[in-house]
Design a protein around this ligand. Sequence first.
Ligand code: GDP
Length: 310
Amino acid sequence: MSVLVTGSTGLLGSEIHALSPGAIGLSSKECDLTESNHAILTLEEGRVDTVIHCAARVGGVKANIDHVADFFDDNIKMNMNVISACKERNLKLVSVLSTCIYPDASYAKYPLTEDQIHAGPPPQSNFGYAYAKRMLEVQSQAYRKQFGCNFISVIPNNLYGPNDNYDLNSGHVIPALIRKFYEAKIFGYKSVDIWGSGKPMREFTFARDAAKIILWLSENYDGDEPINIGNPEQVSIMDLAYIIAEEIGYYGDRNFDSSKPDGQYQKPSLNEKLKSLGWKGEYTSLRNGLRETIKSFEIRYPNVRGVIIA
Ligand code: GDP
């Protein structure tokens, strides 16, 4: 299998790129997929047979609320471009969705199963992103039906790993807390702000685990149903903060900032379909994944994505 990875310098795309020898990586610097699908359309004949589409405008709970229209627009445009190019070049397409596209708590039955994606509106905190990603799944299914395209979709939960975005406004909770606790330790801050109440529960999957599963599915799955691929172990944000502080060695205070959004209370997912397809791999434990991520952050700091030191 020869692969092209979109979003190849991002958290997930970089892991997929690293795991697939000979893969072509496409980053936003090389091609703005919101504007053009030229980079895929002009691939040399036979050079690639599968596109793993990781490129997306992604962000944490606050960025999704503050820039709801941008999250919708950019993702819709990218997805339309990638889908049309894959159809034109007759390529397999693996699209990456997210558990945040599932219906809000008042409509969802937990744990979340793949048949529930359209069972109600998504949470307001992810409105634009979730609808754009749902449309990616709808469009993939439509192209399967009308044109016989080999398009599949996978649904990870919250991903984390070494190549994350450490910007405190646009990033997710794990990179934000790693950065905050680390800077508090080295600069001697008395306390660290944690957004919201600390009560929400999340499932976290190490990005390399997700990359392995996606590569496996790209070779072993050709069905119209999307597949949940995340580690279904839940942890509260409060406990997560405790583990990160402990791994970093920060012993100051933790201050829960109720002026910041909690987002959804939980979004637990079920990965039985993945297992029934024959996937037998183990997930990296949260503690071990965090340890590797923190180590990589500490070695590279301040030269990590999202940290700008004036
Ligand atoms: P979500 O799963 O889309 O809500 O993504 P996030 O990673 O942005 O947030 C997960 C949870 O972590 C939410 O309940 C946030 O309120 C909480 N959280 C606590 N501190 C932070 C922080 O510094 N940054 C972010 N992004 N979330 C935080």
